[in-house]
Design a protein around this ligand. Sequence first.
Ligand code: G6P
Ligand code: ZN
Length: 542
Amino acid sequence: MTITIKTTPIEGQKPGTSGLRKKTRVFMQPNFLENFVQSIFTAIDGVAGKTFVVGGDGRFFNDSAIQVILRMAAAGGAARVIVGQGGLLSTPAASNLIRKREANGGLILSASHNPGGIDEDFGLKYNISNGGPAPEDVTARIFEATKTIENYATIEADDIALDALGETELAGMVVEIVDPVTDYAALMAELFDFDAIRKLFAGGFTLRFDAMHAVTGPYAHAILEQQLGAPKGTVLNGTPSPDFGKGHPDPNPIWAKPLMDLMMGVDAPDFGAASDGDGDRNMIVGKGCYVTPSDSLAVLAANAHMAPGYKDGLAGIARSMPTSGAADRVAAALGIEMFETPTGWKFFGNLLDAGRATICGEESAGTGSNHVREKDGLWAVLLWLNILAARNESVSDVMADHWARFGRNYYSRHDYEAIDSEVAASLMDDLRTVLPALPGEQAAALKIKKADEFAYDDPVDGSRSEGQGIRIWFEGGARVVFRLSGTGTSGATLRVYLEQAVDGPDGLTDSPADALLDVANAANALAGIQERTGRDAPDVIT
Ligand code: G6P
Ligand code: ZN
């Protein structure tokens, strides 16, 4: 039954920040998906006798890709593949299933927050048995395998019906179709005080959760509306569609603008939230009050003990390097460890496994904890709800109180998208060259204190990751970070992360744009962004 198909290496199969992401049509080219899947299998020493979890965010090509993976897993002798019904699994739900079912790993089909459709993006990533994204040694082996592949194995078989719950057999391999929501919802009910949140809604508290036509729709309908009693209509855009309703399922003020407009208007509900294509990102916004992801991490860490799952406190907090230092203030106040990792959730895996960090977060709208090994959008929303129920305060009151207690880190990220890759590389190279000479120099109105290129030494396994972004600190508490995105699919995306720390009690209520003006000007003076890219403004400001 197994057939071996000859193939040749296809260029450009190097996994990025989060798996392999390409234009959908690139993924649909003959052998492109098959080569990558076979390379994953090679990198993990084959699949014989192993169990995997497979699911995706429902974007265009999700189902066909799953059928390819199932046939190849069967050909490799896998014992069992657990698939979300309809091919759907949010990234955190997939992570949970890998852990709960003690699977050897999982294949998650998603390009996260990138648009979907035949002319948009597709992606595939491999997660290991702890439920988290494959670490760099595994992704390096996958990439090596893509460069030497000569053939792949598959079987001739009809498509499996992905809609029917239960077990079927595919050439000796069990395919088990499970409800994508059940296990995940059970985990959330263990972590959070569902009774308190139910009471909150029963008391008239109003929420709008924008699922952005992506995978969290079914999860949010089931948990927020059915289990927690939020009225119907609480979940917006709750039916997953292959092209996300032609939208861009990225929960930030630009792409979730309708929700932002609602929250800033006179009819704003008490709480607004959104999640991305595959359900791992989140946006949090109160009545007239947007909460930056960096601040959200800090608030969640400071208040997590109010939820049953974290009642014993936190072992430590971890954040990616470009994320603001707001969480550091909380860790210092709580007397717990704080970790600074490179961008990419995979870097949190070791810290979570070793019990050193309990809560992790990134400026890119990701927060999560040791309950799974991925960031988790709905988890963040539920923890916020649990905290609001426990404190009986509005989001803006919680924020004001937080800043008064810990100090504030004004923060914003400016993205220059799809710029010429060479222009981007030389901008970074030139910065790298001048770094040693920068301390003591002036950049626009600010004086440079320190400058370096971030490298991370993993305290658990001792591995070192270099070239993780250029950091420049200024006198007076400002910092800028320059980094090239590892998730884009066309050209390069330059990310400029701006931060201004203020200890208080004065200066806690400025507008972020005003508070960050000096550091934004300094960033431009240092990198010559406008002259080099020809752009006079960022494409996205978060
Ligand atoms: C994905 C990863 C995150 C990362 C984000 C931005 O969502 O899971 O860990 O922070 O992409 O990465 P980038 O390389 O584009 O800045
Ligand atoms: Zn995502």
